[in-house]
Design a protein around this ligand. Structure first.
Ligand SMILES: Nc1nc2c(c(=O)[nH]1)N[C@H]1C(S)=C(S)[C@@H](COP(=O)(O)OP(=O)(O)OC[C@H]3O[C@@H](n4cnc5c(=O)[nH]c(N)nc54)[C@H](O)[C@@H]3O)O[C@H]1N2
Ligand SMILES: Nc1nc2c(c(=O)[nH]1)N[C@H]1C(S)=C(S)[C@@H](COP(=O)(O)OP(=O)(O)OC[C@H]3O[C@@H](n4cnc5c(=O)[nH]c(N)nc54)[C@H](O)[C@@H]3O)O[C@H]1N2
Ligand code: SF4
Ligand SMILES: [Mo]
Length: 759
């Protein structure tokens, strides 16, 4: 049969075939009993997926075509996440050390575990005060659970110390959003990108960390959008950029000020927008005059012409989008950097229109909702403030407590560690976090967690942090419960339950409510379902900045997600912010002058290189889930250090050599991946691994002064050929890693200003 007469050209057959195959699924799907529409639980994109269920188990996944963000696509993590559900490593019994710190963790009944926790918490609080027990929560959980954790801390435990892992993630972004724009949310939906003629990505590895956003970027490129990327590494999207700025880590605000300098010098500012919609421009204008690109180029290790080119491109756009992420935010100047980025967008009038905006790419699955549900140290639900008398009074009334009994602000997660070391915090309830991989300066973190009198961790897989716990509680994975999550656009979506937790494990919210009952606070936690928690959080956020009151489970299903703020059930939600006004009382955005300050630690003779850390596509965060997924582990089985070939040559290091990376905090030995895609003065280690493979052995725990995020992206380091292989080297063939990481990529020449490889 000739092809052109075949079924592909026969409209009717085509249609018929489609229906037939939908009605009669592929053989491998014969057994599938149900397709449960839900979302991927990993990154903030929250792609839509159908989980395939058979015999009470999740057996597979397919992408959802009807969810507008991913439209039939999933990344390698999304296609394999279902494999965590029936995983043989699932925790299915509480574990407890019955006879003190030196006794083993052994399986115990739920009653014994929960009674012990309640008894120990009460004893410790009786002896040392309520604030001696802290809650350390996470943002990879539903809004319902994040809300519950904030309430559990303040009402169940009556402690002021409640914070979460978003402190390590979104707190610089929050600082910048709050200071400059007045609302802590992305300004635009992802689809706005298709209306942009210039897209500027600074400090975000979109290709590996938000893979499905990349497809929007390509569509925008197909429509002619120009791309500017600023990153010390040539990431996958940087390879295609029109202008690539391989800046030195920690110099972002200098670059952004210089770009604004050029925009100003060349008359590209939007005077009308500045006059009608902002305040504070004069100070910023005066400041950026001192940042000519010719001077800044030296600071950033760039060529002045490239900075000028980027500024002209961005400033000349009709509609430009600016994306930032942790590259710019994981710094001791992270809030300043974010503010400097917003300054540039404000000065060019890039807000509140299709294709014009600013978006900090929110990382964790519910990194948006998790930062507004009241589990932060100084926050109450809806982005309300715990020190604001009206907010306190309102939430106290929703919770049915006396305002006087509402604790005040407590420590940020990163400040809990020194407080544990000091013996001020003596016990901790931790859920959905793995600080024994994720916190900087692991040696100090370990000392602090070991110093606790009593440490409880709730997880579904035994993590590096569980190893230090006195009690481990087996919780649920995302598809064993229902609830909502708010994606990186501010779109509230819904997870649907596919299966029950395995026998022995329980739903997180049921565990926390049961614990509250045993602490004598059961009347405040009467929930029978996640939906009941959601209904309460709708009321708790009513009238607040992050207003969820008009959002219902049914409306989310109907609309494929609802963007907050959504004050009434009739309101369809708000995909694009700042069309008419910004989030402050006067409706105007705020310019703030940002003086460039160098990172806390700069290279010197002993530590001549800059170490930066981050992600690869195959692993998610601390890797506790993805390192258990065979395909993902095979692709990235252990950490490595990326080092420029010129630097490697100077140091006598070849590809695949074992090398020791040292900083003032510690050292680790990993294989060298010699590349051309990184600045010669910089090295990079992915952070998804634990124990002696944890990049955070090396990182600097210095904090951003306002919002307390660690400087994961910059510290001084040295690299030498290893004398000894690490404890995990046996059977490891670094050449396999090279194969998995693909061929060497080349960083385009940026001229001499990149400086000598090793200073
Ligand atoms: N595959 C995967 N995807 C993820 C995650 C994951 O663990 N794995 N995690 C999710 C989460 S929680 C988050 S927060 C996001 C993070 O998403 P990203 O912020 O995009 O990821 P990172 O790898 O942390 O850092 C981004 C880039 O910053 C660059 N960089 C380093 N130092 C600097 C600097 O000083 N200035 C600038 N401009 N750039 C710098 C790095 O080279 C890196 O390419 O990803 C989300 N998506
Ligand atoms: N060096 C360096 N360090 C970093 C970063 C970096 O770029 N460089 N990035 C930082 C960033 S942006 C982030 S977000 C943090 C993340 O740091 P962490 O929050 O510590 O890492 P996770 O892997 O998210 O930890 C979540 C844990 O909870 C479990 N878990 C997941 N979902 C649930 C749930 O619904 N219920 C329960 N009970 N458990 C659950 C997982 O199995 C895992 O063990 O790491 C930070 N650390
Ligand atoms: S892009 Fe993010 S949400 Fe989408 S499949 Fe990948 S990890 Fe999951
Ligand atoms: Mo994150």
């Amino acid at each position: 049969m000739s092809v052109d007469k075949g079924i592909f050209h026969d409209k009717q057959r085509d249609t018929y075939d489609f229906h037939e195959s939908a009605a009669t699924p592929w053989r491998s799907d014969d057994e599938v009993e149900r397709y449960v529409p839900t979302h991927c639980c990993y990154c903030g994109v929250q792609c839509g997926m159908n989980l395939k269920v058979a015999g009470g188990k999740v057996v597979g996944v397919e992408p959802r075509y009807d969810f507008p963000v991913n439209r039939g696509m999933l990344c390698p993590k999304g296609t394999t996440v279902y494999q965590t559900v029936n995983h043989p490593d699932r925790l299915t019994s509480p574990l407890m050390r019955r006879n003190g710190k030196n006794s083993p963790l052994e399986p115990v009944s739920w009653d014994e575990a929960l009674d012990t926790i309640a008894r120990r918490f009460r004893a410790i609080q009786g002896e040392h005060g309520k604030d001696a027990v802290a809650v350390y929560s996470g943002s990879s959980m539903t809004n319902e659970k994040c809300y519950l954790m904030g309430k559990f801390a303040r009402v169940g435990l009556e402690t002021r110390h409640c914070d979460y892992n978003g402190r390590l993630c979104m707190s610089s972004a929050t600082g910048a959003n709050d200071r400059s724009l007045g609302i802590d949310r992305a300004a635009n939906p992802i689809s706005d990108m298709l209306h942009s003629d210039v897209i500027f990505v600074i400090g975000a590895n979109v290709g590996e960390c938000f893979p499905i956003v990349t497809s929007w970027l390509w569509q925008a490129r197909d429509r002619g959008a120009k791309l500017i990327v600023a990153d010390p590494r040539q990431t996958p999207i940087a390879r295609t950029a029109d202008v690539f700025l391989p800046l030195r880590s920690g110099t972002d605000s200098a670059l952004l000020n210089a770009m604004l300098h050029v925009v100003l010098r060349e008359g590209l500012v939007d005077e009308e927008f500045i006059a009608s919609r902002t305040t504070g421009w004069d100070e910023v204008k005066a400041l950026v005059e001192q940042y000519p690109p010719e001077r800044v180029a030296k600071v950033c290790g760039l060529r002045a012409e490239t900075i000028i080119e980027a500024a002209r491109l961005y400033g000349g756009a009709k509609a430009a989008m600016l994306y930032t992420a942790r590259g710019l935010e994981h710094q001791s100047k992270g809030v300043d950097n974010g503010v400097a980025a917003v300054n540039l967008a404000l000065a060019t009038g890039n807000f509140g229109r299709p294709g014009a905006g600013y978006m900090t790419l929110t990382g964790q699955g519910n990194g948006q909702g998790g930062r507004e549900m009241g589990q932060k140290a100084s926050q109450l639900p809806g982005e309300r403030e715990i020190e604001n008398p009206e907010d306190r009074a309102y939430i106290a009334s929703v919770w049915g407590i006396d305002e006087k009994d509402m604790p005040h602000a407590g420590y940020a997660a990163t400040l809990m560690i020194p407080a544990m070391e000091r013996g001020e915090i003596r016990s901790c309830f931790m859920i959905c976090s793995n600080p024994m991989v994720s916190l900087p300066d692991q040696h100090t973190t370990e000392r602090a967690l070991r110093a606790l009198d009593f440490f409880v961790v709730c997880d579904f897989f035994f993590s590096e942090t569980c190893e230090l716990a006195d009690v481990v509680l087996p919780g649920n994975v995302w598809c064993e419960d229902e609830g909502t999550s708010t994606n990186l656009e501010g779109r509230v979506i819904k997870y649907n339950q596919a299966v029950d937790p395995p026998p022995g494990a329980r739903r997180d919210w049921e565990i926390v409510c049961e614990l509250a009952r045993r602490l004598g606070k059961g009347q405040y936690f009467p929930y029978q379902s996640a939906r009941e928690i959601f209904d309460e959080l709708r009321v708790a956020t009513k009238g607040a900045k992050a207003d969820y009151f008009g959002i219902t489970y049914e409306k989310i299903d109907r609309q494929n997600g609802v963007f907050w703020p959504c004050p009434t059930e009739e309101d369809p939600g708000t995909p694009r912010l700042y069309e008419d006004r910004f989030g402050f009382a006067d409706g105007k955005a705020r310019f703030h002058p940002i003086t460039y300050l160098p990172p806390a630690e700069e290279p010197d003779a002993e530590y001549p290189l800059v170490l930066t850390t981050g992600r690869v596509i195959y692993h998610y965060l601390s890797g506790n889930q993805t390192r258990r997924t065979p395909f993902l582990l095979e692709e990235a089985p252990y950490p490595w250090v990326e080092i420029h070939e010129r630097t490697a040559e100077q140091l006598g290091i070849s590809d695949n050599d074992w090398v020791t990376v040292r900083t003032r905090r510690g050292e680790m030995t990993v294989p060298a991946l010699v590349v051309k895609s990184i600045r010669p003065d910089t090295v990079f280690i992915p952070y998804h691994y634990g124990h002696s493979q944890a990049a955070n052995i090396l990182t600097n725990p210095v904090l951003e002064p306002m919002n307390k995020i660690p400087e994961y992206k910059v510290c001084a380091a040295s690299v030498t050929k290893a004398v000894h292989k690490p404890d995990w080297a046996e059977g490891v063939d670094p050449a396999r890693l090279r194969a998995a990481r693909g061929r060497r990529r080349r960083l385009p020449s940026t001229g001499e200003s990149q400086g000598p490889a090793v200073r």
